[in-house]
Ligand binder design. Structure first.
Ligand code: ZN
Length: 520
């Protein structure tokens, strides 16, 4: 097992901060948030694996060793991009329940306990408790107790940050969050986070995602994102959002299939990452997050999506560009630009909120998701990607983006397709991208250049092919047509041998980035 090779899959990148963007006082505040985040790192390390701390101390003695570096990337001895396989000698397979449950606990024992102790259910299934053994009993211990040693100083730093905050909504969130670290009740501060307004510092800290708990998916892992709002990008975003009703009317379907109901997507903030901790630091780096996860908060206050522009930029430089250089013909490679990459991602998110959502079939109210069942995620991702190109071109027509930007869109988009399908097409994103690729190839919008052995955009056919694809996908959704979706996927959601040959060139391209924070 060559750990050095594994490390090379993560391209190191400096996450710089532009000191001129924030005021002195804001930087003081940010420093408090980063200090709080260091405690979040400590908590997460303990959530992953019960022997994580002693293992880290042992490996740290040789801090330049591949073992220690890869441990840091994964926040533990398990390779997160290789099914959590242990990569340190002597470490057993990762317990399914990470360190949220006793390592020897089986699903049945947990479920049997709840059958005989039904009043324990709330606390046992809570996102914010650990399950422990107490003699021959099982008990639920709140995070506020288990992690008190780290939550108390973290709360202290959040309170200091609150004192420095000029923005009232941010002050309220930080104090509320500090209180939650003690009370173990995150509801109010989750709601306060969604309602942050006119703020320049976008921070989220606490227990959120439950993926680390592979046993039941109940237990939330601690994480934090400290980010700075990108004001220029936010302005442009507000303009794009203003166009949403027009984009809906401009969809390439007949009028009676337009505006058939989709609850508005969560609002988007564009910001730049300064520091991340805990769960969000481990393994693959997040480009955007949509929080909170608490359904009660989402129903009452909605949720919010934060897209981190500088993380997009890092992945663009370290992954997308190298991919483009290996799969695109020289002319199209020259056209691959970050602005086009970021706009496509932004419009992808916005386009999820455009098109059919709540539909009627034979007079019966239903939703696209309910009708397309397990195929929905792939079809919907394909829709969002395709409409992102289609809608971006509309915004070019409307003068929001320049004509030279339009030239970069197709090539950048095509490179992005290879980024998504290189690891297979079984998941929604990869599958949706394969559909686009094969469809556009069939319609002549994408061509294979035999001279260069690379793919490229055929400008004469590309946009009309995109329009046709958008039409076909939207009609599958508007009619909730499961059979048509299934046929469409069978035909297009695959990788042909000649495409695979090109994908095989990408073996040496990094899988992800390894951020090094200027703040660390
Ligand atoms: Zn999506």
């Amino acid at each position: 097992m060559d750990i050095t090779k594994k490390i090379e899959k993560f391209a190191p990148v400096d996450i710089e901060v532009d000191r001129s963007l924030a005021t002195e006082k804001e930087w003081e505040l940010i420093e408090e948030l980063v200090k709080a985040s260091h405690y979040i790192d400590e908590i997460f390390l303990r959530q992953v694996y019960d022997k994580n701390v002693e293992l880290r101390e042992r490996l740290r003695k040789d801090s330049t060793s591949p073992e220690f570096i890869f441990f840091t990337i994964n926040q533990g001895p398990f390779d997160r991009i290789d099914d959590n396989r242990p990569f340190i000698k002597g470490v057993p397979p990762k317990p399914e329940g990470a360190n949220f449950y006793p390592t020897d606990l089986k699903k049945e024992e947990f479920e049997d306990w709840l059958k005989t102790h039904p009043s324990d259910r709330g606390q046992f299934e809570s996102n914010f408790t650990n399950i422990e053994r107490d003699g021959d009993k099982l008990i639920a211990v709140p995070y506020s107790k288990t992690y008190e040693e780290w939550l108390t100083p973290a709360a202290g730093h959040l309170r200091k940050a609150a004192v420095l905050a000029n923005n009232v909504s941010l002050k309220k969130y930080l104090i509320g969050r500090a209180d939650a670290f003690v009370s173990n009740d995150y509801f109010q501060s989750d709601a306060d986070w969604v309602r942050l307004s006119d703020h320049t510092i976008e921070v989220v800290v606490g227990p959120y995602e439950v993926y680390e708990d592979a046993l039941f998916g109940y237990k939330a892992a601690f994480e934090s994102f400290v980010t700075y709002v990108d004001k220029a990008e936010s302005k442009r975003l507000a303009k794009v959002v203003g166009f949403i009703p027009e984009l809906e009317q401009h969809l390439p379907v007949e009028d009676n299939f337009k505006g058939i109901g989709r609850s508005p997507e969560s609002p988007i903030t564009v910001s730049n990452l300064i520091y991340s901790a805990g769960d969000s630091k481990a393994g693959i780096q997040t480009l955007a997050f949509n929080l909170p996860n608490d359904e009660r908060v989402r129903r009452e206050y909605g949720s919010k999506k934060v897209m981190m522009k500088n993380v997009h930029h890092a992945k663009f430089e370290k992954i997308l560009k190298p991919i483009a250089s290996l799969v695109l013909n020289p002319r199209d490679f020259e056209r691959v630009e970050f602005e086009a990459f970021f706009s496509h991602t932004l419009l992808h998110e916005i386009s999820h909120g455009i098109g059919p959502g709540e539909i009627q079939i034979c007079g019966k109210d239903t939703t696209v998701g309910r009708e397309l069942k397990e195929l929905y995620a792939t079809i919907e991702e394909c829709k969002a990607d395709t409409l992102a190109v289609y809608n971006n071109m509309y915004l070019v027509e409307k003068g929001l983006y320049s004509k030279s930007f339009a030239e970069t869109l197709g090539a950048t988009y095509l490179a992005g397709i290879f980024r998504s399908i290189r690891f297979g097409v079984s998941r929604a994103h990869g599958g949706g991208n394969a559909i686009q690729f094969n469809y556009l190839l069939e319609k002549g919008g994408i061509i294979f250049d035999k001279k260069t052995n690379c793919f490229g955009i055929n400008e004469g056919a590309f946009l009309s092919a995109i329009k046709d694809l958008a039409h076909d996908i939207l009609m599958i959704e508007a009619c909730g047509d499961y059979k048509a979706a299934s046929k469409f996927m069978e035909k297009y959601s695959n990788v042909k041998p000649e495409t695979q040959k090109v994908i095989d060139r990408l073996k040496g391209v990094p899988v992800d980035i390894r951020p090094k924070y200027a703040f660390e």
